[in-house]
Design a protein around this ligand. Sequence first.
Ligand code: PLP
Length: 439
Amino acid sequence: MISKFDNYQDWLKFDRDHLWHPYTSMVDPLPCYPVASAKGVHINLADGNTLIDGMSSWWSAIHGYNHPKLNQALVDQTQKMAHVMFGGFAHQPASELGSRLLDMTPDIFQYVFLADSGSISIEVALKMALQYYRSAGKLDKQKFLTVRGGYHGDPFTCMSVGDPENGQHYLFPSTISTHLFVPRPNIKFYDEWDASDISELKLSIEKNHREVAAIIIEPIVQGAGGMHFYHPEYLRQLRALCDEFDILLIFDEIATGFGRTGKLFAMDHAGITPDIFCVGKAMTGGMMTLAATITTKKVAMTISNGDVPILMHGPTFMGNPLACAVASASLDILMDSGEGATYPKGWQHNIQRIENGLQQLKEIADHPAVNDVRVLGAIGVIEMNDPTDVAKIQPEFIAEGVWVRPFGRLIYIMPQYIISENELNSLCNAIKKVILKVY
Ligand SMILES: Cc1ncc(COP(=O)(O)O)c(C=O)c1O
């Protein structure tokens, strides 16, 4: 490729003038920082600055950028084929990935749909639930029930089960379908369980179960909807209610999957399994877009024996071989331990070390501008009293040499699993310093 730009300022200007970034205006957008390269936990800016990454590119780049094994998997697969349609063709990279995913999950999970992004895997999960009840002859089950404060992606069906107040419902009131909401789980992960936490959900299920096909929820961590860590007992009781009232349970593990919360999957904190669950983000180590919707024999066989015996979904790039090969390499990196491995003492050791290191964020907990500081696994959250001013605070983080991207009232980090103790200390110190300076 011959570049059309003489220097980074040129392509940055093009970007500013023509490229839409997530949730931005094309009039006076916040500045974007020009990235030249990234390696390990470091993001190298085109202006020569280097940042320690606190975001893992939104939960995904867990093993660090430019990991040689991921790069090699990509190069190797490129030599064979970059893509081939999954309709009518099978290929080894998909089987390698599918078998790894099923090996990592309880035996009850037997069927994998390889979607091309997290949101699409959610669409597929919701569609599976509707098709399941259609096939079972329960045609009244057309609704989804969920908790407030959720986030499942930006396509319309995903939005429809996202938080109705902080989400986008108000923008598209006559287009977005209406589903059922109950208050978010309130009892925190480390607090004592109180049965009243699930009482509204129970009431709603008792009242609406005939029309509810599925309950969808992010297990343990509500991510983009507020970074809340809630009590595992909520999920155990939810599972029992779904069984009692014949409702499918869908877990959105797109952010939490693959070790982030200290367990391989967040559902493992509760020791229960859903009927369908979605993974994405970290599955490819943040290198490619790929996600999966994973389900049980009961769900798959019911759909496949129904009056419409096929799952009605098939994106062009589903099961992309490059992404599958990289994902298998990423899962191998995660699960390997011993000499020469990225996690010689096992990934759990790294998450525990990060969790311990993140505790230092609590030193800022008594600051008058801070509402709460919480840590779970490799997730550290500082919840402010008021919404952060990203335009003001982001340049301060950059000046301190760290990449932290606040949203709403949250200044939060989910570092890469490979981050060293020193790098983590630098990241946490920078955050504390900036808060003390700005507030
Ligand atoms: C919990 C959760 N579900 C779904 C999604 C959507 O995934 P994607 O952005 O890959 O479409 C996200 C993305 O942030 C997420 O955090």
